[in-house]
Design a protein around this ligand. Structure first.
Ligand code: ZN
Length: 363
């Protein structure tokens, strides 16, 4: 029975997706709308340990071969990070190093160039420290008013803001502090300190050192992090081609793969991506099964509250063993606590549909 399960999964490759890591989840990084992107480093260490015990962590360049030929006795799994965050470098790399494995880092070149936390995340920290807050955000001639009276209301407040932006096809990461007032006052940088482990980008030098060491392979997460399905053809080409050019220029590496911001991909996006990249990763969940999926390759978003479910999905030996072996200790306790705090299912919009639907939103 174990043998059957093992062999049937040989060519099904889990590709795990992480974002930021943290020593502990900051109070202002509240769990709303699927934005559970900050994995405590102790949980990350447990995930990587489990992966190394149960799988062979591979490099991007191994994918083609493994999908085409399988590989008897081999259980491939690929690790990826999105957004090029400093916390992944600071907290993640020592753990990868310890296990002798590597990951793919998808970098948003415009955010790395800016060298600071994108305004919409910085704003979250500001609001948290200005309670009670009457927040007004203007974008393209429209305005939304949000109120947060307590810490608990900050998360729902930002969930509403993200929903409002996405419904209007305003790219969330394009919100600027200049478009915002809190309690009638403008918001400026420096109002609160930036947190290097909260959506703060790694520097080009840090990425370059990690790429040279071989612990990170570098992929593109575009220039501006706008959802690609919303863009004109020329904008799409600039995002897809321009980001690769910038990465190759700064990091002196060949860039073979991209990850679509917010996971938004359609036929046109994957067609253009295929001109410049061998692989294009979405975040649709499920296992990578065949080469034909290479420009809409599924990934599994590892957010702290759903690791128990993921383990069951990807366990090479099936559910029973997963349950016996890995449930226990602080990770389980924290996961159970968090499950009650999570609001799942946000929104997804595809090109031309004009409809919102259920789906998970990931930055
Ligand atoms: Zn992203």
């Amino acid at each position: 029975m174990l043998g059957l399960s093992f062999h049937s999964r040989r060519r099904q490759i889990p590709v795990l997706m992480f974002h930021g890591l943290c020593e502990r989840i900051p109070d202002y990084a509240l769990f709303e709308g699927g934005r559970t992107c900050h994995l405590p480093v102790t949980d990350f260490a447990a995930v990587i340990r489990w992966c190394c015990q149960n799988y062979d962590v591979i490099r991007l360049s191994d994918l083609d071969d493994l999908l085409a030929r399988g590989g008897r006795g081999y259980r491939p799994l690929l690790l990826t990070f999105d957004d090029g965050l400093a916390s992944a470098i600071d907290l993640g790399l020592p753990i990868l190093r310890n296990y002798g494995v590597s990951a793919v880092m998808f970098v948003t070149t415009g955010i790395t160039d800016a060298g600071r936390t994108p305004d919409i995340f910085y704003l979250e920290k500001v609001v948290y420290q200005c309670l009670p807050a009457d927040v007004r955000v203007r974008f393209d001639g429209e305005e939304i008013q949000l109120k947060a009276s307590s810490k608990e209301e900050v998360g729902p407040c930002f969930h509403r803001l993200w929903s409002w932006l996405v419904e209007r096809r305003f790219p969330p990461l394009r919100v600027s502090l200049q478009d915002v007032s809190i309690n009638g006052r403008p918001v400026i940088r420096g109002l609160v300190s930036e947190d290097r482990h909260f959506w703060f980008p790694a520097s080009w030098n840090e990425l370059k050192a990690a790429a040279r060491e071989g612990i990170l392979e570098i992929g593109s997460h575009m220039v501006s992090h706008r959802p690609l399905t919303w863009l004109s053809r020329s904008e799409l080409i600039e995002e897809i081609e321009g980001s690769r050019r910038r990465l190759e220029q700064e990091l002196e590496v060949a860039v073979q793969a991209c990850a679509y911001p917010h996971g938004f991909v359609d036929e046109e996006v994957s067609r253009v991506a295929g001109v410049h990249y061998r692989w294009g990763f979405a975040d649709s969940g499920g296992l990578l099964k065949k080469v034909s999926q290479r420009l809409s390759a599924p990934r599994i978003h590892v957010a702290s509250e759903d690791w128990t479910v993921i383990k069951r999905l990807i366990s090479p030996y099936g559910r029973a063993v997963t349950h016996l072996r890995f449930y226990g200790g602080t990770v389980k306790k924290r996961l159970l606590t968090m499950a009650g705090n999570t609001v799942g299912g946000a929104f997804r919009m595809d090109r031309g549909s004009g409809q919102t639907g259920e789906g998970e939103q990931s930055p």
